[in-house]
Design a protein around this ligand. Sequence first.
Ligand code: 8LE
Length: 470
Amino acid sequence: MEQWTWPPRYDEGYRPADDQRYWFPRRETMPAEQRDEKILERIREVMAYAWEHSPFYRRKWDDAGIHPSSIRSLEDFGKVPVVRKEELRADQAEHEPFGSYLCVPGAEVKHVNGTSGTTGRPTAFGISERDWRSVANAHARVMWAMGIRPRDTVLVASPLSLYWGSWGAYIGGERLGARVFPFGAGQNGQTKRTLSWMRQMGVSVLYSTPSYALHLAETARSEGIDPASLGLTRMFFSGEPGASVPSVRAMLESKFGAKVYDSGSMAEVSPWMHLGAGQDEPGVFAWQDLVYTEVCDPGTLTPLPYGAEGTPVYTTLERTSQPMIRLLSNDLTRWEAPDAARGRTYPFLPKGIYGRIDDMFTVRGENIYPSAIDDVVMADADYGGEHRIVITRDAAMDTLAVQVEHRAGLASADHPGWTERLSARLRSVLGVGADVVAMPPNTFDRTDFKARRVIDDRALLREIQGGGPR
Ligand code: 8LE
């Protein structure tokens, strides 16, 4: 049952006893150095496979003077050039519809997903049946680590369309033996209907984005329903920072009275839950035997040691249709060495993924992530449910303003004191001041999916000044 081979083989009939902590005890708890030896073997196999089947990788590595047989250590592997999303997009435009990194005959592609395509050309994911099953098995394993069991009913409350997030959660829950409920999200009036279906079906586990769960809680309140009465025991999230942002996590836990788990990397490297399931604590493990994760310097792209902060670079070890070999995420995180005290001997990302490097901005020399601002304002007792982060250029100096909804019932006489308090807290956390502006409750749109809270006037300014959009 517990095999670890290339290409992957899974026993579809296997399921641990309910009280077993690990789905695959050996793979999850083996000494990390032993696992690394196996990972190197696997990487060599995956690279040899891609070399044989993909003109994209062969060309790329040829240009860099690399052959799979020259990779003799994980350090050697760290020198293999990264793949950027733009390259995948360009390759797909040239080699419709799945790109020359598709390593199986087109007829073997049985599932199509894709990027939403809000920026640039959308990318299609062509997934073979074998890969679909590998992802289902991997996700079942990570969801097991979150404490999800066959007795659970799992509600998928993200869009069931091109988005791999929803399908990954769905097939993982199904493989685990739970009852799965593909309700989706994003249609008119759907949030209220979600609430009534949740109650009727006795949903015990929710999957969505953190923002949508908060929206769901708010909608429940406006319907006179206490979200804690919905009966959720667990909630797991992906798609955006939140589940490992302390105040967002605390808000989710307290509103729903349920345990919160973070997960998620990028759809391209599904099983995307290979970053997932902390130990009833914020943060995620990097399940290295599923997708090998390196944290690299964002400038030089060289791998960084444990303890460092950098950008994750991912390599799928179980994908055969569109394997990703050193895909650059352009996200930011910090990672820690495996610690046997955690049970699973995987590296640990204590704050999960903070956000995208592109979303980071610099005000008076300080690098600021929107998720750090979320953490401060959402921890406040008078926070009303949404906020916006506005960056403007004022006389050649970048300034930061945060418009924050206050809770209903906060007297207007209390607004100045409140905004000053928030401003002081932001200053102490971010190192720069921010103008905080009090806004009435329900000023801003809520999201069914991923939040977009940053309004960057400087980008507009650059565009007007002729630089064009970045
Ligand atoms: C912080 C992982 C998935 C399927 O849920 C997803 O959102 O994939 P997608 O649409 O390719 O978007 C990937 C990006 O979402 C990442 O690069 C990262 O910026 C963000 N993201 C996904 N999960 C998390 C996340 N950011 N924490 C997460 N748990």
